[in-house]
Design a protein around this ligand. Sequence first.
Ligand code: TRP
Length: 456
Amino acid sequence: MLLKVLRQKDLFLLEINAMKFESPCTNQENQQSLRGLQQRFENLSDLCTLKSGYALNRGCPPFLVFEWFSLKKTEYSSQNQKKTLPLQLINDRYNNMGKIILTGDRPTGRLHLGHYVGSLRRRVELQNEGNYDKMFVFIADAQALTDNADNPEKVRQNIVEVALDYLSVGLDPEKVTIFIQSMIPELTELTFYYMNLVTVSRLQRNPTVKTEIQMRNFETSIPVGFFTYPISQAADITAFKATTVPVGEDQEPMLEQCREIVRRFNNIYGEVLVEPEIMLPTNQACLRLPGTDGNAKMSKSLGNCIYLSDPSKEMQAKIKSAYTDPEHLRIEDPGHVEGNVVFTYLDAFSTDDDFREFWPDYQNLDELKDHYRRGGLGDVKCKKFLMKVLDKQLEPIRQRRHEFEKDIPEVFNILKKGTDAAREVAAQTLHEVRQAMRINYFDDLSLIQQQAEKYQ
Ligand code: TRP
């Protein structure tokens, strides 16, 4: 028996023996929720059982996805060799079929712990789990310019800093396409068309844009580019048909705006674009890591960051002066862990293993918190523990960074290769977009013919 799990471009998931379902899924089949196909499958029920299926519209023509299936025989072979694939693996592979992960960062400074727990750490896990079709991570320099127009040098200098941070946390250019946003002009063209699908008042209601405008004191002198960056972000996401965007919760309004653009585009011009989902950090403390000063957000402009590239000494000094509980004056006083930066960082970083290794007086963070709340536990001890926890996670990152710093031209080479690969994908989407909008005039023979006839 030959069973092949095909990829999305092949239209169908399963190819069994000599039986191939080659015909593109018709609209009818699509609507009949695959009943016809299910019947065809029943004939093969000694091999597999089709539980249910649905049609996924990704470009043209649509292709079919089976919701769940099980193999009764797990043994099957490729042409020459016999091989047994565990059912779980097939299911995993199927479940992640068509999953495209994409995310990016503005290069306005080195990346810090907020970026790390909010997104970077998860990206590396995703990369290593390998349950995706493609993964893109990019440096959003064009977006950074929307509020740094007068300081392109800042953006320019930070390209390599962010690239070094990516590589040092363990993103692997073999597995992830790393690229520079502004080097892909297709993104700006998409943005230009999407602009017609969004109203000014909708942008004004975007909560992230709202707070950012306040933070930057733009008020009414907002640069148009900055005001419209959610639209350009929708282009970033849709150009790669990303399904999954791992970002912090502050990006939720961007994703919502993007989905609206996708729906509107597909509605007007036909199904081309894919609605993305946000992938939030699972740990509450990671949703938004506070700054060392206790401010709700770790942010470069607030000067309350611990950077991934900070040497151990610098990190330790920042923890030493970090905000804890202002009412916890003497050791015997009861303390608060809520709003206490040290405990929030421990929430985000520490594991039970860390307690075993560095502080066996406690089994886990809950025990430590209980003691702190009761009183009798000083901040200094907690901070010392936190420093060890952080050093353990950051030291391998610092080491890798030092290695890459020795060959900066190679870092640019990695970016160039990634950008070339990404550009091909974006160009394909732009092609589909122009085709759907019917503005691909020179390729549109029917238009040429129609116009010619009109003047006959
Ligand atoms: N706005 C994001 C940030 O500030 C960066 C970004 C730009 C992005 N384009 C994106 C993130 C597309 C995810 C997907 O962090």
